[in-house]
Design a protein around this ligand. Structure first.
Ligand code: FAD
Length: 289
């Protein structure tokens, strides 16, 4: 099913994320995680894309498995900065052959030391969207950054670029993680002022590993509000306590988002079915499932 159709329904949707195996040896582990997450019946499961050959091949494989074997709609991520236009075109054709209807079109990180922009590469996600459209009738999503993309000096300008991306044919947006819901509410308001009217799915990261989250926040420019920082400081060295607190924080964050009218929740489940199950279980009545 196209995610754009799914998002037209008058209810809150919940989706989860999987990252594909980097090595073929790990395929079975990821497959098992995908099966368990699919059993929770999320509205869709997104499958991330890595620049390296193995990971990119496995995105299509895992996405197809999620649809064909487990009966859940899949969203395949696709990046373009580290591949030539010709390579990107080949991947889109593979996704089409695998029966994938939904693509999250991303620029991806610029490979270290590479000449970029380069004539044989797409420079921005908005250019990739044009290419995906050329290949067929896909539903296309994009990324957005409530705190602004790290490379863009101004949030205002970043929103202008986002508007351009939406105008290129992006039908929904998924946010970067954030830990303060007010950051999202302010972003949604500013996006509306730019006439960005596609559905925005709120990306919620249940934090279960304190070291990992500090690094990801530094790289992405995501701020840690004091309330959340205190949790990480207090429980970060005790994995079980951090997991419990991280699940509780994400649950509370989602309840507040839904109470304030957010209709799409995207869980960064990081191949962890237990965490996904706990949060979805905590929310069963809130979600009316
Ligand atoms: P763009 O939308 O192209 O924006 C990149 C930068 O260029 C921004 O600073 C923007 O302001 C600027 N810009 C855009 N258009 C213009 C223009 N016309 N002129 C000047 N500047 C412009 N990475 C992966 O490798 N694999 C994944 O699977 C993956 N999944 C992700 C999922 C989500 C929901 C999110 C939020 C991020 C994901 N990423 C992933 C990370 C993403 O690839 C990086 O954040 C990347 O740096 C930017 O990608 P983008 O598609 O947002 O880029």
């Amino acid at each position: 099913m196209k995610i754009s159709e799914l998002l037209k329904q008058d209810r809150v949707t919940i989706s989860c994320e999987i990252f594909p195996p980097k090595k073929d040896d790990d395929f079975e582990k990821v497959r098992a995680a995908a099966e368990k997450i699919a059993a929770l019946r999320p509205d869709f499961i997104s499958v991330t894309y890595g620049a390296s050959g193995g990971t990119s091949k496995n995105t299509a494989k895992i996405a197809s498995l999620i649809q064909e074997e487990y009966g859940v709609t899949a969203l395949a991520h696709l990046t373009c900065a580290s591949s030539t236009k010709e390579e990107v075109s080949g991947v889109i054709e593979n996704l089409k052959t695998a029966g994938i209807e939904n693509i999250l079109a991303l620029r991806g990180d610029i490979p270290a030391g590479a000449e970029f922009p380069a004539p044989d590469r797409f420079q921005y996600a908005s250019e990739l969207i044009g290419e995906v459209k050329r290949h067929g009738d896909f539903c296309i999503g994009g990324a957005c950054y409530p705190e602004g993309h790290i490379e863009c000096g101004s949030r205002e300008l970043d929103l202008d670029h986002l508007k351009q991306k939406v105008d290129s044919g992006c039908e929904f947006l998924t946010t970067q993680m954030f830990f303060d819901n007010n950051v999202l509410y302010s972003f949604l308001y500013r996006a509306l002022l730019k006439d960005i009217r596609v559905p925005v799915l709120a990306g919620v990261m249940p934090v279960i590993n304190s070291r990992q989250i500090k690094r990801s926040c530094e790289l992405s420019g995501t701020s840690l509000p004091p309330r959340f920082q205190n949790i990480v400081d207090k429980f970060g060295d005790r994995p079980a306590a951090m997991k419990q607190a991280g699940i509780a924080y994400a649950t509370e964050q989602i309840i507040d988002l839904i109470a304030n009218g957010v209709k799409g929740i995207h869980l960064y489940t990081m191949n962890n079915p237990d965490v996904a199950a706990s949060i979805i279980g905590n929310l069963s009545d809130v979600l009316g499932r």
